[in-house]
Design a protein around this ligand. Structure first.
Ligand code: IMP
Ligand code: MG
Length: 174
C-alpha cells in the first residue's frame, strides 16, 4: 500500500514559476514548428508550458508513449502510438514529457523523429531523475532535478490515480 507524502514535494506555485522560466528559456533559444507531447503524463505540463511560450505559430501533436504497465517499475518495453499521422519531415520539434527516468522513452522518441525526417529535435521535461538513467540521454530543458523517488501529481500517475493534483507529491509505502 502507498500513500502520499504529508506535504507536496513541489508546491503548485513553485511549478508554475519554474514553467514560466523554462518557457522564457525556450523562447530565447529555440524556434520550433511542432510541440510533440507524450501522453498521458505530460498533458498538464504541456498546456501550462504552451500558454507561457511566445511562439504561437506552431502545431501541437500528442502521441501516446507507455512503458509502465501498472506499478512503479518501467516494463522496459516502450509502446508508441499516434506518431504516424504527424507530418514530421523537415520540421523542428520540441518534445515535451513529464519526467526523464531511465531515459528510454526520450531516447526512443528522438530516434523515431530522426527517422521520420525531423531537421532539429530538442527535448523538455519537467523533472529529471538522473540516478535512474539507463541510456545515455540528456534533455535540453529540465524543470527540476529530483532524487530517486516515485512522484505523482501534475499529470503523473500511480495506476492512473493522482494525475489531476496541481502539486508534485512523493508516494510512500505504508
Ligand atoms: P523512462 O522511459 O524510463 O525515462 O520513463 C519515462 C516515463 O515513465 C515518464 O514519461 C513517466 O510517464 C513514467 N515515470 C517515470 N518515473 C515516474 C514517476 O516517478 N512517477 C510517475 N511516472 C513516472
Ligand atoms: Mg510518460
Amino acid at each position: 500500500m502507498y500513500k502520499m507524502s504529508a506535504k507536496p514535494m513541489i508546491p503548485a506555485e513553485k511549478i508554475q514559476a519554474r514553467v514560466q522560466e523554462i518557457a522564457a528559456d525556450i523562447n530565447n533559444s529555440y524556434e520550433f514548428d511542432i510541440v510533440l507531447s507524450a501522453l498521458t503524463g505530460a498533458f498538464m505540463f504541456t498546456t501550462d508550458l504552451c500558454r507561457a511560450m511566445a511562439n504561437f505559430k506552431h502545431r501541437i501533436a500528442f502521441i501516446k508513449a507507455s512503458s509502465y504497465g501498472s506499478g512503479m517499475e518501467s516494463s522496459g518495453k516502450l509502446k508508441v502510438s499516434g506518431i504516424d499521422g504527424i507530418d514530421i519531415k523537415g520540421k523542428r520539434v520540441l518534445i515535451v514529457d513529464d519526467i526523464l527516468d531511465t531515459g528510454r522513452t526520450m531516447y526512443t522518441l528522438v530516434g523515431m523523429l530522426k527517422e521520420a525526417g525531423a531537421t532539429e529535435i530538442k527535448t523538455c521535461v519537467l523533472m529529471n531523475k538522473e540516478a535512474r538513467r539507463a541510456v545515455d540521454y540528456h534533455a535540453d530543458y529540465v524543470g527540476f532535478e529530483i532524487e530517486n523517488e516515485f512522484v505523482v501529481g501534475y499529470g503523473l500517475d500511480y495506476d492512473q490515480d493522482y494525475r489531476t493534483l496541481p502539486e508534485i507529491w512523493t508516494l510512500e509505502e505504508v
